[in-house]
Design a protein around this ligand. Sequence first.
Ligand SMILES: [Zn+2]
Ligand SMILES: [Zn+2]
Length: 305
Amino acid sequence: MSTRASSINRALDQIGDKWCLLIMQEIFLGINSFNEMLEATGASRGVLSDRLKWLETVACLEKELATGSRRSRYHLTEKSRDLYANALMALAWERTYFHSPSLEATRLIHSNCGERCWPQMQCKACHQQIEASDVSYKPGPGATEDLRLKKVRRRSSISVMDAASAKTLNKNLIHIVGDRWTANIIALAYHGFNRFDQFNQELPVATNILSDRLKFLVDEGIFIPVAYQHKPPRYEYQLSPKGEGLYPWFLSLLQWGDKWCDPQRRGRPMRLRHKLCHRALVGQVICSACGEPLKAQEVSYQLAQ
Ligand SMILES: [Zn+2]
Ligand SMILES: [Zn+2]
């Protein structure tokens, strides 16, 4: 089965599984041994080792076997370090829409300005904040079709909501987007698709699963169902402010996918334009205190104990 080429889908196929997202989050926060990850993610040993192997396969993790020890450590690669903006946007969304003691106690310090800061996404050209509705799309040079392979993965019966430790910062985001279909559906909604039949046409998904995921996204407050026909009842799924708020997370993923998930080097499947400044859109994550772009090595965390 093939679908319209999309950098978001390609990125999600590599790192969008809920356990992969959870592992990457922990690694960004400095956890890097198998046992620490086992505790932090709540995954079973089998699932954790399966996902770590997968993340090595897609060049997002490097395994280092310490000399004289059987313990290995996992490190970010050039490719996964580039997911930093995405990790920051996850944190920003989670803190806007959910409250947890660990989130509230998390502080980010920007070493360049020495201030406590919060990550924000803005347009690199005009420095205005990016809203989903201010972005338009055109096919790019790589607007082809992608073959979607059915992934055979060790399944986990544990939900991230149950498994993740109390310190897990982004568990609501991972719960919502850490399923291939829900993330695909939300991404389509940003492109203006909002009816069942449209989602069904764009995605190789069984109709019962599609219904189930739409209901889930309504229950989670991402979509607001609005009837456009009464007999029989038919609904459009409109993004709520909470759903719109996920846009920077998706945009940073799209930019990462454009850069790292284009094996045939065809170029971007989609061209994005910022309607406010009429220029090609590049989102950049900046420091709320000084307005400068945030780089991983310039941000330190103070986490809840
Ligand atoms: Zn702009
Ligand atoms: Zn700053």
